[in-house]
Design a protein around this ligand. Sequence first.
Ligand code: MD6
Ligand code: FE
Length: 216
Amino acid sequence: MQKTMDDLFESEPRDLRLADGAMVLGGFALAHEASLLVAVRDVTARAPFRHLITPGGYRMSVAMTNCGRLGWVSDRSGYRYDPIDPETRLPWPPMPEVFATLAAKAAATVGFAGFAPEACLINRYEPGAKLSLHQDKDERNYDAPIVSVSLGLPATFLFGGLARGDKQQRIKLIHGDVVVWGGPARLAYHGVLPLADGDHPLLGRQRINLTFRKAG
Ligand code: MD6
Ligand code: FE
């Protein structure tokens, strides 16, 4: 059959299965890009990005803030979920409707129906910022998946196994990609390589990542 213009320009689906329970949904967030960006601006106007200190005393290169009932924070005393922003001493801004809806839709697409996130951690990477290999294990409940939305500059995501030393896959995550992560993959080690410099048409020299969790 002859190819039409639509066939030629239709972008290839970039969905990728990382492991049992872990999947990249290529471009899944693009349909909501404008409202997501407005919502990120609203939240960060009320709860500004800050560089948290690790329990070991290091300043994280990724700047963070939160929205939703609970926020993830780190300081010299450890990591925890806190209903109060320690900087403003106010509750975190409520989770924007578009965030909760997108996270639930992505989770359901990968087989985790009924995902109702309580916490959304917002990470801002500037060139050179990275996230060392870690497991997400500060949540009390590992039954719920994690949903992660990438916006802005592309990043190289490392996805390993359940042991720190397991071989890692390297995945390029671009603007609009969503990663869903749960079940047998819930405690897989993962990280982000230092962000390469660039200029994103909507976000400039940064990458924003939203991670949705059920914390309690
Ligand atoms: C990031 N993401 O992509 C950092 N954690 O900026 C994470 O640490 C992460 O993407 C759990 C599940 C998915 C993730
Ligand atoms: Fe993580």
